[in-house]
Every structure is written in structure tokens, then in C-alpha cells.
Design a protein around this ligand. Structure first.
Ligand SMILES: *Cc1c(COP(=O)(O)O)cnc(C)c1O
Length: 382
């Protein structure tokens, strides 16, 4: 019944974990879910208020514009200027998205011919791979290794692959490894893209979630980036708005125009009332973002210290709300955690073969719950 390309999709590990978790809950287990990358904190009240106000206004009840409301695109440009010092023309260099996943899922369709390569990090956000497969492209997995600070070694990509590649996906701060970029890497990526005629898609979903004074850059701050790259961003992680489906693609006009043309044919834009609420988030006070980071940092410290106390060797992340921990066998570790301790963690292999040997903890549960999780781990001798 299904098309052949459906058979190329990797088995969706996360759906299986969800099913196992549901079974545990049904069996009466008090499951602690440290698997999901979805903030437990609420959307800031002023943003919710603005949605309610806008939703009552019939002016916003129609089809939105495809590219996004001019005021929304201007708010995005203003935020990029204030936050990163990056200048964007709102009418040509900003495109509204239904979350950054929307942009990531559709961008290969605009640029990838059957058989073209797409360079994707492994481990990495699974949509880089699946969107490539839907466009009938070939995925070249760039390993992210601890000894390279989880940065891909672009020189290791075979010349033949680089020559046949159309897109390079990058993501710093990184999910799932929580790594941040290193000085000089973005510059060398721009050079690599120029040399091989490759488009860079930088996924910056976690730029605002950082600790210990670290501030993540935009890829577009890099000299020459505007000629070869776009950046996907979203309000999901920054403002606890995962359910709202609003984000942006910014950067090179031609690349944005290709993505925009695909999207014009598959969706009809972001609900205007949601865009109004997003404007209030981007232009409003940012103490809510700082408060969220403070909360995640406290959880990070409790978890990392607890894991070290149990004998694990684990790094404290400087950004994202994930802790990426080496284990001997990620599947059996995750299975044991759920079966014996009622704790969900994500096995690294779910993010590609490069994630094998790691598990990911999400800091999206309270310090109390994290402490209970650590006690349960200790009780089962982990
Ligand atoms: C959460 C996440 C996204 C998608 O978020 P949206 O809600 O679609 O904006 C994209 N990339 C990475 C790496 C993520 O973790």
C-alpha cells in the first residue's frame, strides 16, 4: 500500500519509546520522562494574553500571507539586530515558518535532485535525514565525535561526496550532544560551502538556552554567510512555545525564495493571531528567557552532580537543555532505566549511528523529579 520511500524511513524509535512509556504508566508506574525535548515551563503570560486578544479580532481570521505578516518579519529582523547584530531586510530575508521543523522538512525539496547528497550530522535532529529521503536525496552522515568537540570534520568528507552535495545541515548549540560551536568552525564551513557550491542550513533552535554566561552566535554573524546560508530559528525553545508552531527562516534571499515557493504549495502560513503573539514575545521583556535558563541550569547542576556521584563521566552542557552521557550500550541502558527505574531517557542511536554509545537526558523536569530519578538509579545499582 505504501510508497517505496516510506520503506526508506528509519524506524521511528521515539514512537516506540512512547508506546513503552504508555504501557508503564498504564501498569501504574510513576514514570519520570527525561526523554522529551519539550519545555515543561509555560509560555510567558503576556504572549498568551496577546494571542487571546488577537484571536478575538476578526481581522486575523483569514488566510495569512505566505511569507508572514510584515510586522512579524520586522519583529524578527529587529530581534536579530538586537540579539546578534545581524541586519536583515524583513521583506526578502525573513520568512515565517510553522516552527523550524517546517523549514527543515521542506528545504531539500527546493534544492535536492534525486541522488544529490545532503550532509547531515550524526547524531543529529532526525528531520535532516528524513527530509532528504523525501526529496530522494542521499544522506551523508558526518560523525560528531567527542574528541572533535562534536564538530564535524569537513576535510574528512570525500571530495566526490562534497562535489555532489547540495545542502549542509549544521546545528549549534547542538541537539542531542549539547555542544556549542568552536572558534573558526563557522568560517571554515562558509569556505567549504563556497568551494563546493553547497547551501548551509544552520538550525539555531537553542541559541537562547545557555549557561555560565555563554552566548551562542547566529551563523549569519560569520563573514560571507549571507551568500551561502540560511538559519532556521523558532520561538519553541526560547519562549516555551513548542505547541504554537511559529518560527522563522532568515538569511540568503535566493535560498529563502526556494523554500518559500515549496511552502506556498503545501501550507497557507502561520495563523495571524499566533504571529501577533510571537511579535509580543520577540519585542517584549526577556526576563522570562533568563528565568528559564536559570531553572535549567539548576536542574543541570543537580543532574550532572548526581550522575557523577553514581560514577558516570559526564560533561555539564553550556547550552541546550540536554545532557549527553556516554554509556556502554545505549539501548540496554535506556531499556533498563525504563523497566527497572521508570525513567525515560533517549538512546543516542535514535539520532543516527553516531549517537551510539550515548544517552540523552532532557532537563525538562523539576529538580525534585530529577533527584527522585537519581535515587532510583542508585537503588537499581546503575
Ligand atoms: C526542537 C527542535 C527543532 C524544531 O522546533 P520547532 O518547534 O519546529 O521550531 C528544530 N531543530 C532542533 C535541533 C530541535 O531540537
Amino acid at each position: 500500500m505504501y510508497a517505496e520511500r516510506m520503506g526508506m524511513l528509519p524506524p521511528y524509535l521515539f514512537a516506540r519509546i512512547d508506546a513503552l512509556k504508555a504501557k508503564k504508566i498504564q501498569g501504574g508506574v510513576d514514570v519520570i520522562d527525561l526523554g522529551v525535548g519539550d519545555p515543561d515551563l509555560p509560555t510567558p503570560a503576556h504572549v498568551v494574553e496577546e494571542l487571546c486578544r488577537a484571536a478575538r479580532d476578526p481581522a486575523y481570521h483569514h488566510y495569512p500571507s505566505y511569507a508572514g505578516m510584515p510586522d512579524y518579519r520586522a519583529a524578527v529582523a529587529g530581534w536579530y539586530r538586537r540579539r546578534f547584530g545581524v541586519e536583515l531586510n524583513p521583506s526578502t530575508q525573513v520568512l515565517a515558518l510553522m516552527g523550524s521543523k517546517d523549514g527543515i522538512a521542506h528545504v531539500p525539496e527546493a534544492f535536492v535532485n534525486p541522488g544529490d547528497y545532503v550532509l547531515a550530522p550524526s547524531p543529529g535532529y532526525p528531520v535532516y535525514r528524513t527530509s532528504t529521503l523525501f526529496a530522494e536525496g542521499r544522506v551523508y552522515e558526518m560523525p560528531l565525535a567527542a574528541e572533535n568537540h562534536f564538530i564535524p570534520v569537513l576535510e574528512d568528507i570525500p571530495k566526490k561526496v562534497a562535489g555532489a552535495a547540495k545542502i549542509l545541515f549544521l546545528n549549534y548549540p547542538n541537539n542531542p550532544t549539547s555542544a556549542v560551536t568552536v572558534p573558526g568552525f563557522f568560517e571554515s564551513a562558509v569556505e567549504f560551502a563556497r568551494e563546493h557550491g553547497i547551501i548551509i542550513i544552520h538550525d539555531n533552535a537553542y541559541s537562547e538556552i545557555s549557561y555560565d554566561g555563554y552566548r551562542a552566535p547566529s551563523f549569519l554573524e560569520t563573514e560571507g554567510a549571507m551568500e551561502v546560508a540560511i538559519e532556521m530559528h523558532s520561538l519553541s525553545k526560547t519562549y516555551n512555545m513548542t505547541g504554537w508552531r511559529v518560527g522563522m527562516a532568515v538569511g540568503n534571499e535566493e535560498i529563502l525564495s526556494g523554500l518559500g515557493r515549496v511552502k506556498t504549495n503545501v501550507d497557507s502560513g502561520v495563523f495571524d493571531a499566533v504571529q501577533m503573539a510571537a511579535i509580543s514575545a520577540l519585542t517584549g521583556p526577556d526576563d522570562c528567557v533568563q528565568e528559564a535558563c536559570r531553572i535549567y541550569q539548576e536542574r543541570r547542576d543537580v543532574l550532572v552532580e548526581g550522575l557523577r556521584g553514581l560514577g558516570f563521566s559526564v560533561e555539564a552542557p553550556r547550552a541546550t537543555f540536554y545532557v549527553w552521557m556516554p554509556v556502554e550500550d545505549c539501548m540496554s541502558f535506556a531499556t533498563r532505566m525504563l523497566d527497572e527505574a521508570g525513567i525515560v531517557v533517549t538512546p543516542g542511536i535514535g539520532f543516527g549511528s553516531g549517537g551510539d554509545g550515548y544517552v540523552r537526558f532532557a532537563l525538562t523536569r523539576s529538580t525534585d523529579r530529577i533527584r527522585v530519578a537519581l535515587e532510583r538509579m542508585e537503588a537499581i545499582g546503575l
